[in-house]
Design a protein around this ligand. Structure first.
Ligand code: AHG
Ligand code: MN
Ligand code: MN
Length: 333
């Protein structure tokens, strides 16, 4: 008889044993993310039937149009963590201020951050989407708890809604991948201790915005498109409009995802589009624990402490070789 597949919950409980003295609270939070992932997957699969496609008629704090599913996924996540007083604060790109769970101020030991729907422009065309999450320790229960370096994340990961629903997370001890078996409604372990390739052959960037990039970024992308002397090796473009989908591809195959500073916001280093706390920090945490790198071009993403909740930063993330090369181009200017 082949061994029984390992469910997400069972795996988390097994892992917990390697953290002596653990209260089990983080384990519970991670299990709750599995539940949220299933609820959001269900909402997405049925959205065309239930009238949940399209815009909500509102904007988020950065002036981006909210889709109905951005709002719904945000609500599902908020409900998910209203559970046993484990969480004090929840922050998301869809909420101007952090949500404070009532009655949790004295007890909730954690803060959660999320991008409920990453790749929202894919919602109405049945493209790949994801939910990105990050878990931090609660300190004084104010927003200051969140304005800290990415290295202080306790766990981070994402749920990817593609042909299959996949959950990837790390709590600092390896990156693990689970696939939802729809027949039994359970996430089952499919890859343990994932390591990303040192080098890849794909890159993902919105080249339609290249007119706004710094010259060093343009030169870097040109280099990727130029056949390597001798081998003739070139890179292929792989841009899906959902960074979590692109980063997941590169986690498995190697490569680099970029969203350069392009003057879209006046934030750190020219800003760019991606949010430090909900997008860059959690994916950088996963990628670094799988052996990859994440850089702004001048700093390691995980070393950055944002000054404001919704701050944005330029991002280059992926295999070590390509991110190193990106940094070299930026350093040369
Ligand atoms: P979100 O849907 O959460 O706003 O994030 C979208 C992000 C990222 O996932 C994606 O790669 C990029 O923004 C797409 O932006 P462009 O349309 O500018 O390419
Ligand atoms: Mn996003
Ligand atoms: Mn989003």
């Amino acid at each position: 008889m082949s061994p029984a597949p390992l469910t997400l919950d069972r795996f988390i409980l097994e892992e917990q044993k390697s953290f002596p003295g653990s209260t089990g609270e983080l384990s519970l939070l991670l299990m709750r993310l599995g539940v949220a992932g299933k609820r959001i997957a269900n909402a997405l699969a049925r959205a065309g039937l239930t009238g949940a496609l399209g815009v909500a008629g509102s904007e988020n704090v950065q002036g981006e149009e909210q889709k109905k599913l951005d709002v719904l996924a945000n609500e599902i996540l908020l409900e998910t963590f209203d559970y046993g007083g484990l969480v004090t604060l929840a922050a998301s790109e869809e909420m101007e201020e952090p949500f404070v769970y009532r009655g949790s101020l004295d007890q909730g030991r954690y803060a959660v951050l999320f991008d409920p729907m990453d790749g929202s422009s894919n919602i109405d065309c049945n493209g790949t989407l994801g939910t990105i999450f990050s878990i931090r320790h609660r300190r004084d229960g104010t927003v200051r708890d969140l304005l800290r370096s990415g290295r202080e994340q306790v766990a981070a990961g994402y749920v990817l809604f593609g042909p299959a629903v996949i959950l990837v997370y790390t709590s600092g001890e390896g990156v693990h991948l689970f696939t939802l078996d729809p027949a039994i409604g359970e996430f089952l372990l499919t890859r343990r201790d994932l390591r990303m390739p040192e080098r890849g052959k794909g890159y993902a960037v919105n080249e339609g915005r290249s007119h706004r990039w710094p010259p060093a970024v343009r030169a870097f992308v040109e280099r990727l498109k130029t056949p390597e002397p001798g081998s003739g090796r070139v890179y292929s473009t792989r841009y899906s409009a959902s960074m979590v989908a692109d980063v997941h591809r590169f986690l498995l195959e190697g490569g680099i995802y970029l969203y350069p500073g392009d003057g879209k916001s006046a934030d750190r280093d020219g800003g760019g589009k991606l949010r430090v706390l909900y997008e860059c920090h959690p994916l950088a945490f996963v990628v670094e624990h799988a052996g990859g790198r994440a850089s702004t071009g001048t700093a390691k993403v995980l070393d950055v402490s944002p000054e404001t909740l919704h701050e944005r930063m330029p991002l280059a993330i992926g295999s070590r070789a390509e991110v190193d090369l990106f940094d070299q181009f930026v350093a040369r200017g």
